[in-house]
Design a protein around this ligand. Structure first.
Ligand code: ZN
Length: 400
């Protein structure tokens, strides 16, 4: 009877471990950080409204006033947009042709200067977000049937891409129709080459990190990024390849964890914490999320868009105060927290840098046990089969 029961348990455990083998291996391979790492990631900066320069000055001052225990200030990575519709030229041309104005224009001198200054100071690091925050031909096609988009393209002054319909903010798919259509591969390659070159001209360095607008991109984009020297890709943990009929990002063809490599050899990082004060996110929420990441040996990459910090001054002032409060609370809650750039983190993962990445088996197993508990369905089934008790004992034996 006892032998029969033992056989049943062994069978149940091996089926469970076999079924989850891929996820269990992934949790093991994902690098384990030796201390909490928090990186703020802020997309959409660059060609666009001119009050961005003052906003970045404010952010620079807030970041510089905070230090981790090594004396380093927090970094905000800026997802850079290099061009936007030249609405005056489009209007003067009757709206039939698309013209753009780039970040190299004189009007953006103060903005580029503050970005450079923040880079020198170590509080800003730059990511390639795209030439425009949309695919211009898709926008023009949409404008032919939508007066709101036509008005946006011909508006007075420099428009904000945040006010475009969300599907059209995806650069790497043609969302002039839904579900969206794939773009021509040669056009993609040429566009990526152009934007990488313009990025280098603006900032005297080629981009190494890319983040697709609205997190919609494809395998072809990664290949083209690789040929331009992009070796790190920021992801939400999955690759959306299109906009669905509802307009939502969809067509997920890949999931990834931190430290995994793309087919083109790029290292993926996962940004899955959201701190958007404009949307009512409070410092307590960020602290909770950062503690959760740290508990799982993962970095806390925080999405915090520029829209929080441009526009009505009262709104911006409130959001700056919320960010400052969040930094203070993070320091109290995670005193051993460290600030890095995403690129530094990616390089540390790639080389398994011993100062940052855990290599000892016991702490790695402890973190692995915590990670696998989070796998959908695994926790419940392992409790039912009794496997959880054995894993718990293993964790205890390792000092967890
Ligand atoms: Zn964006």
């Amino acid at each position: 009877m006892l032998g029969y029961l033992t056989l049943l348990i062994i069978l149940a455990w091996s089926s469970l471990l076999g079924f989850y083998a891929r996820d269990l291996r992934r949790c093991w391979r994902e690098p384990v950080l030796r201390f909490p790492v928090v990186i703020f990631e802020s997309d959409d900066w660059g060609a666009g409204p001119l009050d961005q320069a003052a906003a970045l000055e404010n952010l620079r001052a807030i970041l510089a006033s905070c230090k981790d225990r090594t004396g380093r200030s927090p970094v905000i990575t800026l997802g850079i947009i290099l061009a936007i519709a030249d609405t005056k030229r489009i209007r003067d041309g009757g709206g039939a042709e698309y013209y753009s104005a780039s970040l190299l224009e004189r009007v953006y001198d103060p903005l580029r200067e503050v970005i450079h200054a923040g880079g020198r100071q170590g509080v800003f690091a730059l990511h390639l977000h795209g030439m425009e925050h949309y695919w211009p031909q898709a926008l023009m096609q949409a404008a032919a049937k939508d007066t709101n988009i036509r008005d946006w393209l011909q508006s007075n002054g420099i428009p904000s891409t945040e006010s475009l319909p969300s599907p059209l903010q995806s650069r790497w798919t043609d969302a002039s129709v839904l579900p969206s259509r794939a773009l021509d591969k040669e056009a993609l390659r040429s566009a990526i080459s152009d934007e990488a070159n313009l990025f280098a001209t603006c900032f005297n360095a080629r981009p190494r990190v890319a983040v697709a607008t609205t997190f919609v991109w494809t395998e072809e984009i990664e290949t083209a990024w690789a040929s331009e020297g992009i070796d790190v890709v920021i992801t939400p943990g999955a690759r959306n390849t299109c906009r669905e009929a509802t307009g939502k990002p969809g067509g997920v063809d890949k999931r990834m964890v931190n430290g995994e490599l793309s087919n083109s050899g790029q290292l993926y990082l996962v940004r899955d914490v959201y701190f958007e004060p404009s949307l009512g996110h409070l410092p307590e929420r960020l602290v909770h999320d950062a503690q959760r990441c740290s508990h799982l040996g993962r970095p806390c990459l925080v999405e915090m868009h520029r829209f929080n910090f441009i526009g009505p001054p009262e709104k911006c002032a409130l959001n700056f105060r919320t960010l400052k409060a969040a930094l203070e609370q993070l320091q109290r809650a995670l005193p051993d927290m460290r600030f890095l750039t995403s690129l530094e983190l990616a390089d540390a993962m790639r080389t398994r840098m011993p100062e940052i990445i855990e290599s000892k088996p016991a702490p790695r197993i402890r973190i692995w046990l915590r990670r696998i508990e989070q796998l959908r369905g695994f926790s419940k089934l392992s409790r039912l089969s009794g496997l959880a008790a054995s894993l718990w004992l293993l964790g205890k034996a390792l000092g967890g």
